[in-house]
Design a protein around this ligand. Sequence first.
Ligand SMILES: [Zn+2]
Length: 334
Amino acid sequence: MTVEHAAAGPGAGLGPGPAVLAVDVGGTDTKAALIDGGGTVREVLRRPTPRDAARPAERVVDEVVRAAAELRGRHPDVEPEGLGLVVPGIVDDERGVGVRSENLGWRDAPFADLATARLGLPVAVGHDVAAAGWAECRLGAAAGYQDAMVVALGTGISAALVLGGRPYRGGGLAGEIGHARVAEGPGCVCGGRGCLEQVASAAAVARRYGEATGTPVPGAREVLVAAVAGDPTAVAVWDDALDALALGLSHAVALLAPQVIVLGGGLSQAGDALLGPLGARLDALLTYHRRPLLTRALLGEDAGVLGAALLARDLLTRDLSAREPATPTTGVEP
Ligand SMILES: [Zn+2]
């Protein structure tokens, strides 16, 4: 298994294209950015994500409008032509609807229509993890690859897929490897049992160590430190997580044959302590399959907002080409 260790940040920005606004609505924070026509991110604003049980989607759009006004006021030379808005949960990209978010509380929220009505701009809506993955594929660790899987290892586990150079969304339900069974237990919030994210997410590593020792720890980082120091319980919990992750990834590799698997999210900060042993386990599970490059995400916490900007630009470019006159069909073949 080829394991790549990269430490650089994002390179030259998004490149030339329409100026756009980009917003990444997270479970805790919302990030809003203005990208100019040269592809430079002029500024990123970060605010707590507003929560309003009665009108959750409208409050999020209120915050988008406020951030847009603030960014435009401070950068009057940049005239954004569109907005990319990415949100968590289940998302219908085509209709621009947030189908549901357990965490933030909306159901069938028409984000594209709401934001277009308030801003007077075309709005592309996408899924946060998928958009971050798309950014890694266009600008980050998977740039130049046609078939890639970008796995977010955080509180939960999910993957973004790019196949044949295009995002594969499966109606908003592709990439949910966090809820595929890899063990006999425990029960999961999704209603299943032994889901990958109940064993191998950052939250699960911390929780399982706390349960085994009776001493709660704040996060997976503390478990890894204890494992490196030789604590047998920590070693066992960490090994279980690596085994489960390798098993889950091996099935994805057998099915999709990605050229590269990019690991992001909190657990990926473990770096070599994750990549090395995970690569060895995955290698041992594969036979004649394509062996993907295993590497860390490059774009960091701004991947989602960069992905939102790419979605906005993709939408604007698509609309432009749709407006171009059709190729004449009466011409004579040369
Ligand atoms: Zn589950």
